[in-house]
Design a protein. Sequence first.
Length: 318
Amino acid sequence: MILPPRYPVLFNPKARSQRGTRALKFLMDNAAGLALYATRSPEESEALARRFAENGEPLVIAAGGDGTLNAVVKGLAGTRTALGVLPTGTMNVFAREMGIPFDNLDRAFEVILAGNVIEVDLFEANGTPFVQMAGVGFDAAVIEETTWESKKVLGPLAYLLSAVKVLGEDPPKMTVRTREGEVLEGVAVLAGNGSLYGGQIRLFHRADNQDSKLDVLVFKEAGYKLVMDSLKGIAMGGIDFNDSTVSYVQAGSLVVTADRDVPLEVDGELVGRTREVTFGNDEPGRLRVLAPKEPIGTRFVEAMKTVVDSIKKTVGGV
C-alpha cells in the first residue's frame, strides 16, 4: 500500500498564548497527515528547513508567527521547495500579503492542500533573506529596544514606549544609492517587497512581490515629522508623498550607508548593527509559496475595511 505524503511542519511548542494553544490543538487534530517538528530555536527551524530542501522535500510548512516564518524562509532560500503557511502569530504579515486566511487555520490548511504555487521575489539585506520587508534605523531601533519581557507584559504598547525613547535620540545620517543611480539622504529607510507593513498597513502602495523591485521609503526627518507622516500614512492607508518628508523610489537593489552603526531588521527580526547595508540579490531570488489564486476574505478583514473607511472620512482633511 502506498501511503499519502506526510508534510513536514515546523512549529514552536513554547507558544503559550491563546492562539498558540489553539494552533497546537489544530496540529494534533491533523497529525495523521503531518510530520510534526517541535523546534527549539529559529536557528533549528532554519537548519531543518534547509535539510528538508536538500533532501528533495517538495513542501515545508511553517506553523507560527513572523519569526518562525522568517527562519523557515532562510532555510528554503535558493531552493525549489515550496513554503506552506499556517499563521499562528499575532500579526502574520506575510500571510495577509498573500491572501492566506490568518484567523482560521482550517481555511489556511485548505490553501496548502489545494497546491496552488506562486513564485515571489526573495531579496537579501547583507546576505540575510527577507520576503516582506527590511528596515534600517528607526523601526529597527524600536525592535532592538523592545524586550521580550515587555512584549509579554504590555503587548503592542511595548513597541510604542520603545518608539518614544528612540524618538528622543539623535538620529543617524544615511545616504541611499540605488542601482538605477538615484541618491537620497535621510535618517531611516524601509525597503518593502510586499505592500504591507506591520499587518494591515499598506505602506508600500506600488509594491508587487513579483516585479523584481524593492519599494523604498526614505524618511528625511526624525522626531515630530517622522511621527506625523507615519501616523497620517497609517490613518489614510498610505503616506501622501506630496505633503510629507518621505521619499518613495523603486529599485532593483540599493546600498544604505550611515554615519554610525545602526540597527537592521528583516521581516521584523533584528539582524544586528552595521554602517552599511546592501539590499538586493546577486541573482534574481524567488520563493515558491502555496497561496490562493485570489485572496480569501476573513471576518477580520471585513471589519478592518470598515474601520479604515471610517478613519479616512474622519482625517481626510488633515
